[in-house]
Design a protein. Structure first.
Length: 197
């Protein structure tokens, strides 16, 4: 592991499963695409520039395929970080450094789960559905957000720290809901604080 002082450039990209973040790490030894797999903390940041100290466990060559072409890039796997500056907007030159065709990590996780499932049950035979007797019609569940289920506690305290053991989809829902509820992320301590009225 190596510790670098550098800048994290974060851009929000709209993907198949909603908006997600892509990032570049700018250090004294080079610029790297941030490996998002396993780095769920990236989901809570807004687009912008964040200065700080970054512990990198691995620098490696990675690739992804999009629109019929293979994109090769040097990636950095961030294990931990300490943000020292507040949110600063990206300038146009920095925005162009982050690829617009990034693959949504939630899409990658979904593909991996489907591949694992198909490996576990390669020879399943589907049976035709049984005829049902007439049952009372059930209403569709509403899209009302169950905050207790989403966060595991309710009401939320004025300072809330996200649990990074949740899956990426849950973390994104939490970020969206925290913004609606009037919370703002403090990047230095990575805690959401209720905005004072």
């Amino acid at each position: 592991m190596q510790k670098f002082t550098g800048t994290l450039l974060v851009e929000k990209i709209n993907g198949r499963y909603g908006p997600f973040n892509a990032a570049k790490l700018i250090t004294s030894i080079g610029n790297f695409t941030v490996e998002r797999k396993g780095f769920k903390e990236l989901e809570m940041f807004d687009a912008g520039r964040f200065n700080g100290d970054f512990v990198v466990s691995e620098i490696f060559m990675g690739y992804y395929i999009t629109n019929g072409k293979s994109i090769n890039e040097i990636r950095a796997r961030i294990e931990s970080m300490t943000i020292t500056s507040a949110l600063e907007p990206l300038d146009p030159a920095e925005e162009s450094q982050i690829a617009v065709e990034e693959v949504d990590p939630l899409f990658e996780e979904t593909k991996e789960k489907q591949a694992v499932q198909s490996d576990i049950e390669p020879f399943t035979v589907s049976t035709p559905p049984k005829r049902r007797t007439k049952e009372p019609a059930q209403t569709e569940p509403s899209e009302v957000v169950n905050d207790t289920e989403l966060f595991g506690e309710w009401p939320l305290p004025d300072a809330y720290k996200q649990d990074m053991s949740h899956d990426r989809a849950t973390l994104r829902k939490q970020v969206e809901r925290l913004n609606i509820l009037g919370f703002a992320l403090n990047p230095q301590d990575q805690i959401w604080y209720r905005k004072q009225a």
